[in-house]
Write a protein that binds this ligand. Structure first.
Ligand code: X2X
Length: 334
């Protein structure tokens, strides 16, 4: 047999192998998320794929698409697409869903939370259950809550220590509630896709932005284009792993249980690495040359007061009952 023939035989064997794998009916779904492939969002999504494949004996898997590629770069559009079944799975954060489900802004009301314990009391408690019902009414099944985190502010003009330091800064924001918060602080907010933000910061189109340290700022190298960071913890942003209701309801109970188990475990992992990376992140950012300012309790109180008008506006939009349920769970955890 000559070399060329040998090659053909080897190729034939490979194809037969691939067909045999295909006989196991591996079905691949699409999972969309709107950050880069270095983030904890992406790691959580990849973990879900591993666990899903293991839980279903290789029958189900997901292919992960970062940077909102599947929604033409539009991070807010993903939720609507999952709702109508145009996307199978999504990992995205609360603020991105607010155009479709305004109630999701409840999580991110300015200075709602003061600790991770308070956060967990809501996502694991009655407010989380209520949000899952509201999302299901919009045809998105929330399988598990993960974490984007407490959003911290960065900029290139000067250190931010007081609300007055925000005045006039051109700030990139992700969604509508943050526009109102920035306006309350006297900044000039501009809504922009996350995928366009690095370049906008680099070119000085905007002076600053706000995002969580472990999940986004470090893995997306925001420190390379921003000098100052203030840990003002002004808004908490959860992520969730969601599936289209149509797809979910097409599965039998056993399949649903496998998907659920994989999702729960994957988001627990995602939350864990996000908190670990955040805890060691400040040190890392200082080493990278950022000037990090950690406000005192009194300084945080000044930001809380200054952002109160935006809290009130959005509490009314979200619904006072829903906000009260969050506050009750928070108070009960302390
Ligand atoms: O766009 C952002 O700032 C990000 C990545 O945190 C969200 O998706 C809200």
């Amino acid at each position: 047999m000559n070399i060329r023939k040998l090659g053909a035989v080897a190729l034939g064997a490979m194809l037969a192998g691939a067909a045999a794998l295909g006989a196991a009916h591996a079905e691949t779904f699409r999972l969309s998320h709107n950050t880069g492939d270095t983030t904890t969002w992406h790691k959580g999504a990849e973990k879900f794929n591993e666990l899903l494949s293991a839980a279903t004996d290789g029958e189900l898997e997901v292919r992960v698409f970062p940077n909102a590629q599947l929604s033409g770069g539009d991070q807010m559009k993903q939720a609507e697409m999952v709702g109508r079944g145009a996307l199978d799975f999504v990992v995205t954060s609360a603020i991105n869903v607010t155009p479709l489900v305004p109630e999701m802004a409840a999580f991110s009301l300015p200075y709602l939370y003061a600790s991770y314990e308070e956060v967990d009391a809501t996502t694991d408690g009655a407010p989380g259950d209520r949000m899952e019902e509201i999302m299901a009414e919009n045809d998105i099944i929330v399988l598990a809550w993960g974490e984007n985190g407490f959003r911290e502010v960065t900029n290139n003009v000067h250190p931010i220590k007081t609300p007055a330091d925000m005045r006039g800064l051109k700030m990139r924001v992700a969604g509508p509630m943050y526009i109102d918060v920035m306006n309350a602080l006297g900044a000039n907010p501009q809504q922009m896709q996350w995928t366009e933000t690095f370049t906008a910061l680099q070119q000085g189109v905007v002076d600053g932005q706000e995002n969580p340290i472990g999940a986004v700022i470090i893995p997306q190298r925001v420190h390379e284009v921003q000098k100052y960071l203030t840990t003002w913890h002004y808004s908490y942003d959860p992520v969730f792993l969601g599936v289209s209701r149509k797809l979910w309801e097409s599965w039998d109970e056993e399949t649903q249980a496998g998907v659920q188990e994989a999702a729960t475990e994957a988001m627990a992992y995602q939350k864990k690495i996000t908190r670990e990376d955040t805890a060691k992140g400040i040190e890392f950012l200082r080493e990278q040359g950022m000037e990090v300012y950690e406000p005192t309790a009194e300084e945080l109180q000044a930001f809380r007061e200054a952002t109160k008008p935006a809290f009130d506006t959005w509490a009314a939009k979200v619904g006072e009952d829903l906000v009260a349920s969050f506050q009750n769970a928070i108070n009960a955890s302390n």
